[in-house]
Ligand binder design. Structure first.
Ligand SMILES: [Zn+2]
Ligand SMILES: [Zn+2]
Length: 557
């Protein structure tokens, strides 16, 4: 599709990711000759992508811009908003804007990638407008499960856009800092062309309760824990939760110890910025974790999603180098299970119970609350902002569709609500919004250890086949002068089934005989390879029912 230049009275919004998944949020805004990005995050893959750590937004869509990409603005420090920034920076030199905590977390990511030194990071302050080309971006505070989160008012020659970022309407936030409905109301009076709003909880009725509301639930668990340790698993970025646990631990005479690399990295960053009331030097060093009586210890750890190798997953498997679960320990999973992780989490919870822990999770006890606005909160937002157009963002397709319904129920005309998916391009101008394009926003799969090796869908399907049925390698030599097989072919397999070697030896014999008696000459190596593959594949299927991946290597000899 051709990238038409936006005329002076319209903004083009293209979604490089984030619509259809909770993850890889990345929105490109173009107006006149300028472009900016809002967020550049990752999506965490499920079991359909073996060996893949991260899925990026389709940054290839930035390659043929006719506009000038001026800057990236980050709403907050969660991975689904900042995680792909290193990949963006490898391709484009541009300033990165964010709040102090967002920049600190971003910097940690860039340091890992060896990109921090040359990065141009610029601090945002609420209500202080930044100009980039024809975009004027004014940040405002929003409540979320991480401190220092922002939404953006974006003034353009076509009108004003508002992007909520991830937000909730918490009327008793832990840090006392409310979502800035006052500024949103003022912007509403000024006139808002389009509102892009977080849809994560569009399937949750009512209001999202305050982060403070779970304090009692957590306190009850601490009170009942008595003689065992209290182990709380949460997201490493949920610093508000870490603060709550630290406060409760103090109240119940327990020392706090952090388990998990990302937690140990994030906490000092937030404490440095005075966003947490925890002195990192008060924390019990991990190496002393086994020297404190159980009833005097509270552990905050990673692994709420049973991520392989995370602290809680290793405890459940009895493979943690420093700690073993004991009778009387209480484990709290203070996070909701991300869709797709249900089975591993269930297995982990089962293992923890088996080892003697009491596990509080899911609906048992009020130990978690979401950081995203529910349906009634969206209605409140709409009544405050009163936008002309509404675009649901940040969610799976069902979240986006349901969020669109909320807006229509709240009185917006149907054609003012644009429910679209990844790759969609919207043209937004005074009194009009329309989808003007649909590009493919492909998944870019990467492995953290090999950031420059991209894994396409074709490679993934090979990996799935390997995982399902293993691999068979056939080697053979061909005498090209005589156009016949030279010697015996070899057939080896990996990941097939018990006693596969015997079957493969028979198949090798059979293959040798078939090729030797075949009147068709073996004149071309490539052609010989596909014939070998076909013959071995057919025979394997007939004898075992399996269809492993077959690799044939035929050489001249
Ligand atoms: Zn978030
Ligand atoms: Zn998010």
């Amino acid at each position: 599709m051709n990238h038409l230049k936006s005329n002076s009275h319209s903004v083009r919004a293209t979604f490089l990711g984030g619509l259809g998944d909770v993850g890889r949020n990345c929105l490109l805004l173009e107006c006149q000759n300028d472009a900016i990005l809002i967020d550049c995050g990752v999506l965490f893959p499920d079991e359909r992508a073996p060996g893949v750590d991260l899925i990026l937004p389709d940054l290839d869509l930035l390659d043929d811009l006719s506009t000038n990409l001026r800057a990236a603005f980050f709403t907050h420090g969660h991975e689904d908003h900042i995680g792909a920034a290193p990949y963006l920076l490898r391709r484009h030199e541009l300033p990165l804007y964010g709040s102090p905590l967002t920049l600190a977390l971003l910097n940690a990511r860039l340091e890992e990638a060896g990109l921090a030194k040359d990065a141009d990071m610029r601090r945002l302050r609420v209500h202080a407008t930044v100009r980039q080309g024809c975009f004027e971006v004014t940040p405002f505070h929003v409540c979320h499960s991480i401190p220092d989160a922002l939404g953006f008012a974006i003034r353009t020659p076509a009108g004003m856009l508002i992007h909520t970022g991830d937000y909730m309407l918490d009327n008793r936030p832990l840090d006392g800092n409310l979502t800035d409905l006052q500024m949103l109301g003022e912007l509403g009076s000024e006139g808002v062309l389009a509102l892009f709003a977080d849809s994560t909880n569009a399937d949750v009725p009512g209001h999202t309760p305050s982060q403070k509301s779970i304090y009692d639930g957590l306190a009850k668990v601490f009170a009942q824990a008595e003689y065992g340790r209290v182990i709380v698993a949460s997201f490493a970025s949920n610093l508000a939760r870490v603060q709550q646990i630290a406060d409760l631990a103090h109240q119940y005479g327990r020392r706090v110890c952090l388990l998990g690399r990302s937690l140990e990295r994030n906490l000092p960053l937030a404490a440095d910025l005075a966003l947490l009331d925890i002195d990192p030097t008060d924390l019990l060093p991990t190496r002393l974790i086994d020297q404190v009586p159980h009833e005097e210890l509270a552990i905050v750890c990673t692994g709420s999603q049973a991520e392989p190798g995370s602290a809680l997953a290793r405890l459940a498997e009895g493979r943690h180098p420093l700690l073993e679960i004991d009778q009387g320990d209480t484990v709290i999973i203070s996070a909701s299970t991300v869709p797709g992780n249900e089975r591993p989490v269930q297995r982990m919870v089962g293992e923890l119970f088996r080892r003697g822990a009491n596990v509080i999770f899911g609906q048992l006890g009020d130990v978690h609350v979401s950081g995203h606005a529910a349906r009634e909160d969206t209605r409140t937002l709409l009544s405050v902002v009163r936008p002309q157009f509404f675009v649901p963002v940040h969610g799976s397709h069902h979240h986006l569709a349901l969020q669109g319904q909320v807006a229509i129920e709240a009185g917006l005309p149907e054609d003012a609500v644009m429910v679209v998916g990844d790759g969609a391009a919207l043209e937004i101008g005074p009194d009009r919004i329309a989808q003007v394009g649909q590009r493919q926003a492909r998944y870019i799969h990467v492995n953290r250890g090999a950031p420059r090796a991209f894994i396409s869908e074709r490679i993934l399907s090979q990996r799935r086949q390997l995982a399902r049925a293993g691999i068979v390698v056939v080697t053979a030599r061909v005498d090209l002068r005589r156009e016949r097989l030279a010697g015996k072919p070899q057939v080896r397999g990996v990941g097939l089934f018990d006693e596969a070697d015997d079957v493969l030896a028979d198949i090798a014999d059979e293959l040798g005989q078939r090729l030797a008696s075949d009147p068709e000459p073996l004149a071309d190596l490539e052609e010989a390879e596909s014939r070998v593959k076909m013959l071995v594949g057919r025979q394997l299927k007939a004898e075992t029912g399996l269809r492993p991946r077959i690799v044939a290597i035929v050489t001249a000899g």
